[in-house]
Design a protein around this ligand. Structure first.
Ligand SMILES: *Cc1c(COP(=O)(O)O)cnc(C)c1O
Length: 395
């Protein structure tokens, strides 16, 4: 029997050795399988119908698929879903949250520009400004996160980007994003938001004046501590052009396998967030009543800076917050408290099913601040764990 098939461009291959069949097969599975799950499309090469059609354009919405780096159907399905959730114009998926931060600053800033960054920003964001953007002629000024409309006074003629992160990493200050956005726009600057804490869903960034958002899907979208991914979402087409081009030349690839995990994570993010919000609030309130605790920095509690703004602008809370101990315990005693926890593990990258605790030293709070990420263990067991460990503070 003669083997006969056609190539993707319609040319006939008449005779094939088994070695060639390994590559160009006539075999095919039946068509019509309709899974509820987005398939994992892996691929660097995507084949063109003709040599004339070959293109290296990055915008797959405009030109169709040209190269795996710019997105496979799995990657772009995830991007479209995040974009829909964030009410943006377009979303770009990148290999992690920090990659998303870097993409935004690298795409939107030029040599000679000035940028504003809250002192409460995620520390690798601040480090990027310090160790890399400064070398490319970008100057950064830090502002306290309680700055609202007064941000206008910190702006210079060359200020192009204002970062906001609400609530801030570790110290949890909620920012007046609409006031900052209005002042920034009045002076021609763009506003970028790290929306990771709100999982992109508990704060409607674009309705509050933000131009570009990022979030670490590593956190609540992934939700199981088994992937690293990030997204950048933009409010309009001109920002998409800038970010998309920078994404192409920086060569950030997001693995379709990781995107598939994030797509699965999104399906359960609603119930996880709800359970985590409830549990975290109960634990935060319990801690607020403890004699060892000076202050609980949870946006839904009045003791958190910016709590009124959280009430005004957010539709819920996630599960990360910090506690500040009353003066007294030494750093060793605070470490002993964290180490005495049995259910809370010690580690970075929160928002998984396992509760986490990390102690920090931060000006204003010194060594008395501990950040908790509440997972899906029983709330009563977590409270009992904290209760037991609190005894290490005074011993
Ligand atoms: C974790 C985190 C990031 C970075 O995400 P990675 O995926 O770990 O790179 C950025 N911003 C905030 C607020 C985070 O908590």
């Amino acid at each position: 029997m003669e083997d006969r098939t056609t190539t993707s461009r319609g040319n006939r291959i008449v005779k094939k050795t088994w070695q060639t069949k390994l590559i160009h097969s006539d075999a095919a599975a039946p068509e019509g399988y309709r899974s509820l799950v987005t398939p994992v499309y892996r691929g660097s090469t995507t084949i063109f119908p003709s040599v004339e059609a070959v293109s290296d354009e990055w915008d797959q919405y405009r030109v169709g698929y040209t190269y795996g780096l710019y997105g496979t159907p799995t990657t772009l399905e995830l991007a479209a879903r995040i974009c829909e959730l964030e009410n943006g114009k377009r979303t770009i998926v990148v290999p992690g949250g920090q990659a998303a931060i870097a993409l935004i600053s690298l795409a939107l800033l030029n040599a000679g520009n000035h940028m504003l960054m809250p002192t409460s920003a995620y520390s690798p964001n601040r480090k990027l400004a310090k160790v890399l953007l400064s070398r490319f002629g970008v100057e950064t000024t830090y502002y306290t996160p309680d700055t609202g409309a007064a941000i206008g006074e910190l702006m210079r003629p060359n200020t192009r980007l204002v970062w906001v992160e609400s609530p801030g990493s570790i110290t949890m200050e909620v920012q007046d994003v609409p006031a900052i956005a209005e002042a920034a726009h009045a002076r021609g600057a763009l506003v970028a938001l790290d929306n990771t804490w709100a999982a992109g869903v508990l704060f409607d960034a674009f309705a509050h004046g933000v131009d570009v958002t990022m979030q670490a899907l590593t956190k609540y979208a992934g939700g199981h501590s088994d992937l690293l991914l990030g997204t950048v979402t933009v409010r309009d087409e001109s920002l998409y052009e800038k970010l998309g081009l920078a994404h192409q030349v920086l060569g950030y690839n997001a693995s379709p396998d990781d995107c598939s995990l994030a797509l699965r994570g999104l399906q359960t993010m609603g119930v996880r967030l709800e359970a985590i919000e409830r549990s975290a609030l109960e634990i935060a309130r319990w801690l607020a009543d403890r004699p060892e605790v000076e202050r609980v920095l949870h946006p839904a509690l009045p003791s958190c800076p910016g709590h009124e703004l959280w009430k005004r602008d957010f539709t819920g809370a996630s599960g990360v917050f910090s506690i500040v101990f009353k003066p007294g315990p030494t750093q060793r005693q605070v470490f002993a408290f964290v180490d005495a926890l049995e259910l809370f593990e010690v580690g970075y990258s929160w928002a998984g099913v396992t509760s986490l605790a990390v102690a920090y030293t931060i000006r204003g709070y010194e060594h008395r601040i501990v950040r908790l990420s509440i997972g899906l263990e029983s709330t009563a067991d977590l409270i009992a764990d904290l209760d037991r460990a609190l005894r290490s503070l005074s011993s």
